[in-house]
Design a protein around this ligand. Structure first.
Ligand SMILES: [Zn+2]
Length: 190
């Protein structure tokens, strides 16, 4: 997960902007844009509702992730590459989630959160990517555009990475809200 993320996570309107930032945005016909954001968002939100039921309302993503066989690796670094700050990543082939603690710490501070709470929120985002790889299918591959447009030629095709991010934001946000509604989201003990 990268910076630009607002608390408690982007809402539906910011999801449209996430799509705009995708390098393939210009190749998505304008009439398709709203629909693909909508369906990626719904996929994340529905997955959150299903997992929330499955986990009987637990908001401990450390426990949920470990019980799913994921290995959590906390690295004490502020991971900045290019002009982008990275908080975490999910390495599909290895079943590993890296958490970059100094990056997360800065974000937690900016948003007045405890480090563990911020890690948990970020972990919930990565957990959606895990679900995509293991159960749900990659959201980024649910819509394809040509890899290259040369005049009238359309060569190859590629998915839209931003759609996976939109799904993950929707997942994290919906899960967070379900817990808040159940009145134990605001001050969760981890
Ligand atoms: Zn992500």
């Amino acid at each position: 997960m990268q910076q630009e993320i607002q608390l408690p996570f982007p809402d539906r309107t910011l999801a449209d902007r996430e799509l705009e930032r995708d390098p393939c945005y210009g190749r998505i016909p304008p009439q398709d844009r709203a629909g693909i954001v909508e369906s990626a968002w719904n996929k994340g939100a529905n997955a959150a509702r299903a997992l929330y039921r499955e986990q009987a309302g637990s908001y401990d993503f450390f426990a949920i992730a470990r019980a799913s066989g994921l290995k959590l690796v906390e690295k004490d670094v502020d991971f900045v590459s290019g002009n982008q700050r990275y908080f975490s990543d999910y390495i599909a082939g290895q079943g590993v989630v890296n958490l970059y603690l100094k990056s997360i710490g800065l974000w937690a501070q900016q948003n007045g959160m405890e480090l563990k709470q911020a890690e948990n929120l970020i972990l919930s985002h990565e957990y959606f990517h895990f679900l995509e790889w293991t159960r749900l299918g990659l959201t980024s591959r649910e819509y394809r555009v040509p890899m290259l447009c040369v005049g009238p030629l359309r060569l190859g095709n590629t998915g839209i990475r931003a759609l996976s991010e939109i799904g993950a934001h929707a997942f994290a946000r919906t899960y967070h809200e379900l817990c808040k509604e159940a009145d134990h989201g605001a001050d969760i003990e981890l």
